[in-house]
Design a protein around this ligand. Structure first.
Ligand SMILES: Cc1cc2nc3c(=O)[nH]c(=O)nc-3n(C[C@H](O)[C@H](O)[C@H](O)COP(=O)(O)OP(=O)(O)OC[C@H]3O[C@@H](n4cnc5c(N)ncnc54)[C@H](O)[C@@H]3O)c2cc1C
Length: 425
């Protein structure tokens, strides 16, 4: 991987203290008016000095302390508790949480900058921050003060991890097909059912679970959202999946066998679960786009360094026009995805009425860019790209998931098309 000659690893905390200000203050588009589509379209953004500092500091941390671990994490398939401790010691888990609850309260763009830089070195490690945000989003969007006070400080410090349990065996793209039930029993609910493909589900201390509270209700009113604290009676991990990529991130099947959950753990009102899940994904998909951009950049860096050194036919392979053109296309695709991601973050943070579309567009473009760029990186390295002496084969395997989870690419297209057609355009 190309060496990064930037500042040395900072001591904890890594995050500049003033990053907690609102996005509106952090972007040139400070006065974006969400209700005024024309004004929003005319605005642009720049990273603030704090955001640039954070990006560079996380990049150095990732290059020096995470990248050297990435191949081993992939080979062993073990959840890297050491990387978790590293992120915690540098306050990185605190990024999504409000300052009032022990976090740093930074804008979505800043969180994505951190995910991007970590994923550039190791996609499994980047997902840790993305999932900490994903699992917490229902609480960030609709949690009560008591719930935030109870859980956010330990999540912000990284002492506790949280997972997000929406998917089931028969309910993937079709969230409304969820069967896990939550029946009332006095002041408690009894959760029964199982969840599939839950990232970090076996290492999390808290799990945000979506379950049916009104089986006869309308499609979007059947679900409610709960926080389950584990371990608890009736909860078990049925299995961990064996995966193509992202191998250090445990993807778990979770069983809830009459798990008792106090009503104080319900997020929002009964029946709000479907809408809360959709609002969560609007805000979390940019995190996956950031992971994809980071993976693409990591693969591009390796390909450029290799093409500058490898000689065939007496010259650097990078000087062959076909290889040079491939590198140029990879760079352009990565940068285009990055710019769309940053713009999407800015629009979502500013309360754009088109948040779903921005979110889906950035994940769609970034996921496809990551898949194409990593595949081309393997091509640039020739046979060496296909063996694990170089990281690009791992990056190619890791890239694939960004086209699948938090909604497949087909589902992103559905969201975008529905948004366009809904407006009659
Ligand atoms: C490694 C990994 C980690 C994950 N982490 C989590 C997690 O933490 N929490 C969680 O809740 N879930 C998680 N998931 C689940 C993931 O979000 C789902 O796998 C994904 O949403 C797709 O659902 P599915 O696999 O059931 O595919 P399906 O919905 O069965 O889709 C199969 C195919 O049909 C297509 N398709 C489906 N519906 C339509 C349609 N209407 N129009 C056109 N095409 C369509 C899909 O695009 C896909 O190509 C994870 C999955 C994986 C593999």
């Amino acid at each position: 991987m190309a060496a990064v000659t930037e500042p040395t690893v900072p001591t904890a905390p890594i995050v500049p203290s003033s990053t907690g200000s609102s996005t509106a203050a952090n972007v040139t588009a400070a006065n974006a008016n969400a209700a005024d589509a024309n004004a929003t379209a005319a605005n642009t953004y720049r990273l603030t000095e704090d955001q640039q500092m954070l990006r560079d500091a996380v990049r150095v941390l990732a290059d020096e302390q995470i990248a050297p671990r990435a191949a081993e994490i992939d080979r062993t398939g073990e959840f890297p508790q050491d990387v978790r401790a590293l992120l915690a010691s540098h306050d990185i888990f605190g990024l999504p949480f409000p300052e009032a609850y022990g976090g740093l309260g930074v804008p979505l763009l800043t969180i994505c900058l951190a995910i991007e830089q970590i994923s550039r070195a190791c996609a499994t490690s980047g997902l840790m921050l993305a999932v900490q945000e994903l699992g917490s989003l229902p609480l960030l969007l609709a949690g009560s003060h008591d719930q935030r006070q109870r859980w956010f400080p330990s999540l912000a410090s990284g002492e506790r991890l949280i997972a997000f349990a929406l998917t089931e065996a028969e309910a993937g793209s079709d969230v409304s097909a969820i069967r896990t039930s939550a029946g009332r029993d006095g002041d408690d609910y009894i959760l029964s059912g199982s969840k599939r493909f839950i990232s970090q589900g076996s290492v999390a201390d808290l799990i945000t679970v979506f379950a049916v509270t009104d089986p006869m209700g309308a499609r979007t009113k059947r679900l409610s959202c709960f926080v389950v604290e584990v371990p608890t009676k009736g909860f078990s991990v049925a299995r961990i999946e064996h995966k193509m990529g992202l191998r250090g991130s445990p993807t778990a099947e979770l069983v809830f066998d009459q798990v008792r959950v106090p009503s104080a753990n319900r997020i929002g009102a009964e029946g709000d679960g479907f809408e809360l899940a959709m609002r969560t994904l609007d805000r979390s998909r940019p995190g996956i786009a950031a992971q994809a951009v980071g993976i693409a950049q990591g693969a591009l860096d390796v390909a450029v360094a290799y093409a500058g050194q490898r000689k065939q036919f007496g010259q650097r392979i990078g000087d062959f026009q076909m290889i040079g053109a491939m590198l140029a296309d990879m760079d352009a695709a990565t940068e285009a995805a990055r710019q769309l991601l940053y713009k999407a973050c800015t629009e979502i943070e500013a309360g754009s009425p088109d948040a779903s579309r921005w979110s889906a567009m950035c994940k769609l473009v970034a996921g496809d860019a990551a898949m194409r760029v990593t595949t081309d990186a393997v091509q640039v390295l020739g046979g060496y790209g296909y063996i694990d002496e170089f990281p690009v084969e791992r990056m190619m395997r890791d890239a694939k998931i960004t086209q699948l989870y938090e909604g497949t690419q087909q589902i992103q297209r559905l969201v975008i098309a529905r948004d366009l057609l809904g407006k009659g355009s």
